[in-house]
Design a protein around this ligand. Structure first.
Ligand SMILES: Cc1cc2nc3c(=O)[nH]c(=O)nc-3n(C[C@H](O)[C@H](O)[C@H](O)COP(=O)(O)OP(=O)(O)OC[C@H]3O[C@@H](n4cnc5c(N)ncnc54)[C@H](O)[C@@H]3O)c2cc1C
Length: 512
C-alpha cells in the first residue's frame, strides 16, 4: 500500500478542470487514501481500495456512476459506495465533495449505508415468508447476503453439505495452499455474521429431496424446511479419478476447505508430487506446491495445457511459466496405474514412465451437482435449466452458480460456467428476483487464474472461435488475446493488462 503522505491532501482543494471526464485523482483525507472521481459534471470521493482483495481502484474503470476494480472486476456505486457487483460484498467509504467555483474540497466522511436487518420479522407484500438456500458456497452466500442487504426480513436458512462455513474457494488452490495465506483469509464471513444477519446456517447437512409441489426440502437427517422461495446453489463436485491399483484416499482432489487442508497436511512432509490434469486447478496446485519447494510432475492427456479453453499460444505460455519454475510436464500421457501403500507411491504412465511420488492430486474437472434437481423433476440441460431471471422450471425455485445453465445475451447461447464471480453475481440476482425485482442476469462472464506472479484474466465466453487476435507480447507477459468468430470478439484474455480487461468487459456489455 502506498504511503498516504505522498498524496495530495484533497481537503485543501483540487482544481476540477485538472480532472478529465472519467478521470481519477489519487489523494488523501487525513490518514485515509481517497480517490476523487469525475463523471460528467459530477464529482465523487471514495475509498481507494476494493473491499474484496484491496485492489487499487485508481487503476480501475469509471463506467457511468460506478467504479470497477482492476483485480477481479468488482463494481461500486460512486454515489453510495455500495458493492453493486461481486466479488466485493461490502461497500466502500464515501466522502462529501464540496465545490466552490472551480475547486473541489473533500473533508467529511459520509455515513455508511444503513445496516441490514439483524433478525427475521415481517416480510413486505409479495415477498416469500421463508427462503431456503441449498448450498453454502459462492452463490448461496452472495444470495443470503443480498436478501438481507435489500432489507428482506423473512426467514433465511442456508443448508450446506460442507463442514466449513462459506469459504473463499479460489484461494484454496492459491495462497492458502502455497502457505502464504493464513486460515483467517478463508471464511467469506466471520461466524458472528450469520447470527447478526439472522441467517440459519446448517453445516454438514445434505439436502436429499425436494418437493416442488408442497414447497419443502428434506435433509439427510430427516429434517424438513418449508420455503416460499428456494435457491439451488449446489455447485460442482471434483471428478474422482479411478486408476488401477490406487487405494481410496491416495489420489487427492480439491474442492473444499477440508480437501485443501488434507493436501497441505501431506505436503508438509512431501518432497515430490504428481498432479494429474493440466487444468486451471491442477496447475494452480502445481504452482502452490512449487512455492512450498516440492518437485512437481504434471501428467496431461492433451498435447498443450488448457488448449481447449485458451488456445495453443496461451496454453504454451502457461506451460512455460510452470517449466520456468521447475515443473515437469508429461503431455499426451495417460495414467496407467498407481502402486504402493505407504508414503511412497509409484505412478505408471501410459508409455511406461514411472514417477515415484509422495503426493498425488487430480485436477481433471468437475461435474455439476444435479442429483437433487434431477430427482425433483426440474428441467435439466446439462445443468439446471433457468430463464433470464435464473428461475428454474418449478414455481419459486431458482438456481445459480456452477449448476445453472442460463440464456447468455452476449453469446446468444445457453451457457453454464464454473466461475467464482459469475456464481456470486447469479446468487445476488436470484436473491433480487426472489424479492420480485424481475432483474435479468446479463453479466459478462469473468474469471481469473493465478500462476506464480502471473494472473490470467478472462472476460466473455468462447467455446469455439475462428480467429485469435494477439495484441502485445506473450513472452513479455503483456498482452490482450481476443477470441473472435466472424470478426466479433466473443472473449478476451489479458495478461499484465487489467484496465483493458475491464474495457473489453464494458465493450461486450454494450454489444450484448
Ligand atoms: C480450488 C478451486 C479454485 C478455484 N479458483 C477459481 C478462480 O481462481 N477463479 C474463478 O473464477 N473460479 C475459481 N474456482 C471456481 C469457483 O470456486 C466456483 O465456480 C464457485 O465456487 C461456484 O460457486 P457455487 O456456489 O455454484 O458452488 P460452490 O461454491 O461449490 O458451493 C456449493 C455448495 O453446495 C453444497 N451442496 C452441494 N450439494 C448439496 C446438497 N445436496 N445439500 C446441501 N448442500 C449441498 C456444497 O457443500 C457447497 O457448500 C475455483 C474452484 C476451486 C475448487
Amino acid at each position: 500500500m502506498n504511503n498516504t503522505d505522498d498524496r495530495p491532501d484533497l481537503a485543501t482543494g483540487t482544481n476540477v478542470h485538472s480532472i478529465a471526464d472519467g478521470g481519477i485523482v489519487r489523494g488523501r483525507v487525513d490518514q485515509d487514501e481517497v480517490l476523487l472521481v469525475r463523471h460528467g459534471s459530477a464529482l465523487f470521493a471514495v475509498a481507494a481500495h476494493c473491499t474484496h482483495y484491496s485492489g487499487d481502484l485508481a487503476d480501475g474503470l469509471v463506467v457511468g456512476e460506478t467504479l470497477r476494480c482492476p483485480l477481479h472486476h468488482a463494481c461500486f456505486s460512486l454515489r453510495t459506495g455500495e458493492a453493486l457487483r461481486a466479488p466485493a460484498l461490502d461497500s466502500i467509504q464515501c466522502w462529501k465533495v464540496e465545490r466552490r467555483d472551480d475547486v473541489a474540497y473533500v473533508r467529511e466522511k459520509l455515513t455508511a449505508p444503513a445496516a441490514s436487518p439483524t433478525r427475521a420479522g415481517a416480510v413486505r407484500r409479495g415477498e416469500p415468508d421463508a427462503v431456503v438456500i441449498v448450498g453454502g458456497g459462492a452463490a448461496g452466500l452472495a444470495a443470503a447476503d443480498m436478501l438481507r442487504r435489500e432489507g428482506y426480513a423473512g426467514k433465511v436458512t442456508m443448508v450446506s453439505a460442507d463442514s466449513a462455513p462459506p469459504c473463499d474457494r479460489p484461494n484454496l488452490s492459491k495462497d492458502y495452499l502455497a502457505g502464504t495465506a493464513s486460515d483467517d483469509w478463508i471464511p467469506l464471513r466471520p461466524a458472528s455474521y450469520y447470527t447478526e444477519h439472522g441467517i440459519d446456517l446448517l453445516l454438514d447437512t445434505r439436502v436429499s429431496s425436494l418437493d416442488v409441489e408442497r414447497r419443502f426440502v428434506r435433509s439427510d437427517d430427516g429434517r424438513e424446511f418449508s420455503y416460499g422461495a428456494l435457491l439451488l446453489a449446489t455447485g460442482a463436485e471434483a471428478l474422482p479419478l479411478a486408476v488401477p491399483g490406487a487405494a481410496p484416499g491416495q489420489i487427492h482432489t480439491l474442492r473444499t476447505y477440508a480437501d485443501s487442508r488434507a493436501i497441505i497436511a501431506k505436503a508438509a512432509s512431501a518432497k515430490r508430487a504428481v498432479v494429474i490434469g493440466a487444468s486451471f486447478i491442477g496447475l494452480e496446485v502445481a504452482a502452490s506446491l512449487r512455492t512450498r519447494g516440492i518437485a512437481v510432475d504434471v501428467v496431461e492427456n492433451a498435447r498443450v495445457p488448457m488448449e481447449r479453453v485458451l488456445g495453443p499460444e496461451l496454453g504454451r505460455l502457461v506451460q512455460s511459466l510452470h517449466e520456468a519454475q521447475g515443473v515437469k510436464f508429461h503431455l499426451g500421457q495417460s495414467l496407467a496405474r498407481v502402486d504402493g501403500s505407504s508414503a511412497t507411491l509409484r505412478v505408471t504412465l501410459g508409455d511406461g514412465t514411472i514417477l515415484e511420488t509422495d503426493l498425488i492430486v487430480a485436477g481433471v474437472g468437475v461435474r455439476p451437482a444435479l442429483a437433487l434437481a434431477e430427482k425433483a423433476g426440474l428441467a435439466l440441460d446439462r445443468g439446471v435449466a433457468v430463464d433470464q431471471y435464473l428461475q428454474a422450471s418449478a414455481p419459486g425455485v431458482f438456481a445459480a452458480g456452477d449448476i445453472a445453465r442460463w440464456p447468455d445475451p452476449h453469446s446468444g447461447a445457453r451457457i453454464r460456467v464454473e466461475h467464482w464471480v459469475v456464481a456470486e453475481r447469479q446468487g445476488q440476482v436470484a436473491a433480487l428476483n426472489i424479492l420480485g425485482r424481475q432483474q435479468r442476469f446479463d453479466a459478462v462472464p469473468f474469471f481469473w487464474s493465478q500462476h506464480y506472479d502471473v494472473a490470467i484474466k478472462y472476460v466473455g465466453h468462447a467455446e469455439g472461435w475462428d480467429a485469435l487476435d494477439v495484441d502485445g507480447s506473450l513472452e513479455r507477459r503483456d498482452c490482450t488475446v481476443r477470441f473472435k468468430r466472424g470478426g466479433r470478439t466473443l472473449a478476451a484474455v489479458t495478461i499484465g493488462r487489467d484496465l483493458p480487461s475491464l474495457q473489453i468487459e464494458q465493450e461486450l456489455e454494450l454489444l450484448g
